[in-house]
Design a binder for this molecule. Structure first.
Ligand code: NAD
Length: 329
């Protein structure tokens, strides 16, 4: 039994050549830097529409470009063993305003990438999909077997991208692994003014001494997974064999309400914050918690960083919050 498990999970760990699309973004940059540190050869393509080059390890080979530019991809894919496909437009509210753009980048970009991979003979793609693709689910935590009920153009685009990598991957003999990442958080996460992710937004508001604005009644819940845990799962998805076609939740396995999240932030910064509930602005599904047993089984992966530890790491490692902290003490 032990022998069988070892054989089916044989690792390929030496000096991979990887291309990361969207590698200047929050998750992509953390992944690129980690893989470069592990002596893998890392190329990145990113159009810098949301990401930035600052903070990217100097060993990473960066190209500015659009993931839909097939001739540019041909050059970048030469000699590549594995592609991480992360380039995407990533905001649920923004996708409701700009569905055509979301479809063009998230779906069109995936098809263009797969076409270029076929031409270049690349063997494996790992797609960063999203827990958002599940939509509103009657049963929590959500397992990969749940019926998909996407409720936004963003969620539909991620699900369509999953279907594309799996369907044309099987046709063209490109191995595919889909990771449905839930709410990733960590240092250096982007804070766009119109659609900032909840954790950096709450931290910014809490540390600046203003009111903390909760969209909804505070009972909405999400599964927050720390960036280092996400990066470890992505690495394993490239190095473990015999998982072609798998679709795997990557999350903490803990459902956290917005109220609990604020309690954690208060405990960490040692101050009570004023909470302002804006029920009209509530968006997205009400609950999204993940069953992560398949990740343990197929990737031998489980999360290591608790929410409190992860929030503490942001305060320690992200200069934007250190400056604010100094100003409030
Ligand atoms: P991000 O916005 O920080 O990164 C996306 C990157 O893609 C950006 O650097 C952006 O400039 C780039 N990009 C956008 N359009 C492009 C195009 N046409 N060509 C080339 N590059 C382009 O977002 P992120 O949080 O790092 O997310 C990365 C991936 O993970 C996305 O596919 C997202 O859907 C998925 N994901 C993220 C989370 C999360 O909580 N952060 C959760 C689930 C899934």
């Amino acid at each position: 039994m032990t022998l069988r498990i070892i054989l089916t999970t044989k690792l390929v760990t030496n000096n991979m050549n990887v291309l990361i699309t969207g590698g200047a973004g929050f998750i992509g940059k953390a992944l690129a830097n980690y893989l470069a540190e592990q002596q893998h050869h890392v190329r990145v393509i990113d159009d810098l529409s949301a990401g930035e080059k600052v903070g990217l390890d100097s060993r990473v080979d960066f190209t500015r470009g659009d993931v839909r530019d097939i001739p540019k991809l041909w050059g970048l894919l030469r000699g590549v063993d594995c592609v991480y496909h992360l380039a995407a437009r990533v905001s649920v509210p923004e996708s409701i305003l700009y569905p055509v753009e979301y479809n063009a980048v998230n779906v069109g970009g995936t098809v263009a990438l797969m076409t270029a991979m076929r031409d270049a003979g690349v063997r494996r793609v790992i797609l960063a999909s999203s827990g958002a693709a599940y939509g509103e689910q009657p049963h929590q935590p959500v397992s990969e077997k749940a019926e998909m009920r996407p409720t936004s153009p963003y969620a539909v685009s991620k699900l369509a991208a999953e279907y594309y990598v799996q369907a044309i991957g099987a046709l063209w003999k490109i191995e595919s692994v889909v990771l449905r990442i839930f709410n990733a958080y960590g240092p250096h996460q982007q804070l766009p003014p119109s659609h900032a992710p909840v954790i950096p937004r709450f931290l910014k508001q809490a540390l600046s001494g203003g009111s903390l604005v909760v969209f909804g009644n505070g009972k909405q819940s999400r599964d927050f997974v720390y960036i280092d845990d996400v990066v470890r799962a992505l690495e394993r998805a490239a190095t473990i064999q015999n998982i072609d076609g798998a679709c795997i939740n990557i999350a903490s396995g803990n459902d956290t309400t917005m109220t609990q999240l604020i309690d954690e932030i208060e405990a960490l910064i040692g101050t009570r914050v004023h909470r302002l509930y804006n029920e009209e602005e509530a968006s997205g599904v009400s609950h999204l918690g993940a069953d992560i047993s398949l990740a343990a089984k197929l990737l031998d992966w489980s999360p290591r960083v608790s929410l409190r530890e992860g929030l503490g790491k942001i305060l320690k490692l992200d200069p934007r919050f250190q400056i604010q902290r100094a100003a409030t003490h």
